[in-house]
Design a protein around this ligand. Structure first.
Ligand code: ADP
Ligand code: ZN
Length: 219
């Protein structure tokens, strides 16, 4: 099974990916997480990506694709994959198609999590990350037990550069520019599935994940 997750930064697609990967035993591949790992380990790739990430811009395709290709060589993808954060442009979608074709894999579903932008800006600005283990908290919905301190590792919580309001706006602008065409791309292939989530829709990411999980189980 191969699922592609679409949705704006802060749409909750990371949460949906976590739930589906755990419950359906799929490898969760998040390009954002892979980049952050490279940053933390100060790899060459991390150095190349840093300036783009700090501004909320897309990292150039050659760097991103190389990283994804490497990840797709790991044995855990055999059981299926939930891909989160890639593709972000039609060009990346076409690159992904080629990469998968070589491996004889077909995309089963492109799941688009649709949350209104005003809700997203608020959500991301309320996020805090742990300096130690990168865990993410929401100071309103999912606060740590002790303010400013990570429940898991006791690390210091801070607002990541790309969680600051100006950068969030830019990330959303970057997303908006390419979202429509990528959604149309998968629509034309008859694998697009759009699910509304958020306060206005009255559905959380967990609600969406639960429904899709049921459906995929019987597939
Ligand atoms: P977001 O919450 O904005 O979706 P991610 O955690 O997915 O953030 O990604 C963080 C950053 O990593 C992005 O702002 C971008 O700089 C880089 N990145 C992640 N995935 C891609 C991609 N597919 N193409 C280019 N850059 C990417
Ligand atoms: Zn921590």
């Amino acid at each position: 099974m191969f699922i592609v997750l679409l949705g704006a930064p802060g749409s909750g697609k990371g949460t949906v990916a976590e739930v589906l990967s755990q419950n359906l035993k799929l490898a969760h591949i998040s390009t954002g997480d892979l980049f952050r790992e490279n940053l933390k380990n100060e790899t060459e790739l991390g150095k190349e990506a840093k300036s783009y990430m700090d501004k909320g811009e897309l990292v150039p395709d050659d760097v991103t694709v190389k990283m994804l290709e490497q990840r797709m060589e790991e044995p855990d993808i055999a059981n299926g994959v939930i891909l989160d954060g890639f593709p972000r442009t039609v060009n990346q979608a076409m690159i992904l198609d080629k990469l998968l074709e070589k491996k004889g894999i077909k995309i089963d579903m492109a799941l688009n999590i649709d949350v209104p932008f005003d809700e997203i800006v608020k959500r991301i600005s309320d996020r805090r990350s742990c300096k130690g283990c990168s865990a993410i908290y929401n100071i309103v919905f999912n606060p740590p037990k002790q303010e400013g301190k990570c429940d898991k590792c006791g690390g210091e919580l801070y607002q990541r550069e790309d969680q600051k309001p100006e950068v969030v706006q830019n990330r959303l602008e970057v997303y908006k520019k390419t979202a429509d065409e990528i959604i149309k791309y998968y629509e034309a292939k008859n694998i697009l599935r759009t699910e509304k989530a958020g306060d206005k829709a009255g559905r959380t990411s967990y609600d969406v994940a639960g429904e899709i999980e049921e459906e995929l189980r019987t597939k």
